[in-house]
Design a protein around this ligand. Structure first.
Ligand SMILES: [Zn+2]
Ligand SMILES: [Zn+2]
Length: 258
């Protein structure tokens, strides 16, 4: 049995955005439904234990919300601050508990992280995540995806060795090539990042898909269910966007039992 719990569903700045007085940020500021910490996912697996995807700067608050004191295993998608800022705090936790952490990270991302935070390797083992990784009954693979003007990220695909159930996490991506889209076909569950409903900015300035694109792509990919994450203040969870039946917005605390 595996349970996924969303611990953050926000984009790089989270919601509310510190500088912003828009309606959605205002609602979020008063503790409303649009309050979104930086994106991360908690995986609870009866064999693999607790594994998180990404460790942004809200990690400490997210651990509080999860009722956890320490975790041993982390998967990291890419070296943007909203996905790695909490590694500093996690390394401190590892130091004080005397338990080394293990982070599985795509090989080219490891030097990017350690260039910024060189001391992390004193308390965390960074292991290259290139070939398939076994986590409990899941075989996990990683692949590189375009991240628009922000460069690249990785996405992860989890295939259950006994049941064949497949799900994927792809929070920071846009303009995927046909090859990069291949692992996203025929999923039982897709977790996809969409910062805006319909992003108004020029394509070359963008870095994450929007909801309108997600509707089109997931129809093509044939996901049985899609949950959207990595959302900016453009998405107002009080609104009815008339999403397709098998697509919904994720929110902090949402649990999915696999
Ligand atoms: Zn991001
Ligand atoms: Zn990013």
């Amino acid at each position: 049995m595996t349970t996924l719990t969303f611990r953050g569903t926000g984009d790089s700045m989270g919601v509310p955005r510190v500088y912003c007085d828009c309606e959605v940020c205002g609602e979020a500021r008063t503790g409303g439904v649009n309050r979104r910490l930086r994106s991360s996912l908690q995986i609870e697996d009866e064999q693999a234990g607790t594994v998180w995807i990404d460790c942004g700067p809200d990690w400490g608050a997210q651990m509080q919300a999860a009722g956890l004191r320490q975790i041993k295993t982390m998967l990291v998608t890419h070296a943007h601050f909203d996905h790695i800022g909490g590694l500093v705090e996690w390394a401190d936790a590892c130091r004080w508990t005397g338990e080394r952490g293990t982070a599985y990270v795509p090989e080219e991302v490891i030097p990017e992280i350690l260039a910024r935070f060189p001391w992390l390797s004193r308390h965390i083992d960074f292991l290259p995540f290139e070939s398939a990784l076994r986590l409990g009954s899941w075989s996990v693979t990683s692949w590189r995806v375009h991240h628009g003007k922000n460069g690249y990220a990785y996405a992860f695909r989890f295939a259950h060795l006994a049941t064949g159930f497949c799900w994927a996490y792809c929070s920071d991506a846009i303009g995927l090539t046909d090859e990069q889209q291949q692992p996203l076909y025929g999923l039982d569950l897709l977790i996809l990042g969409t910062s805006f409903y319909k992003e108004p900015f020029a394509y070359e300035t963008r870095s994450v898909y929007d909801v309108v694109e997600a509707i089109e792509l997931t129809a093509k990919w044939g996901a049985s269910r899609t949950l959207l994450t990595h959302m900016s203040h453009d998405i107002d969870l009080r609104r009815d966007y008339a999403l397709p039946a098998r697509m919904s917005f994720a929110y902090a605390g949402l649990e999915v039992r696999l």
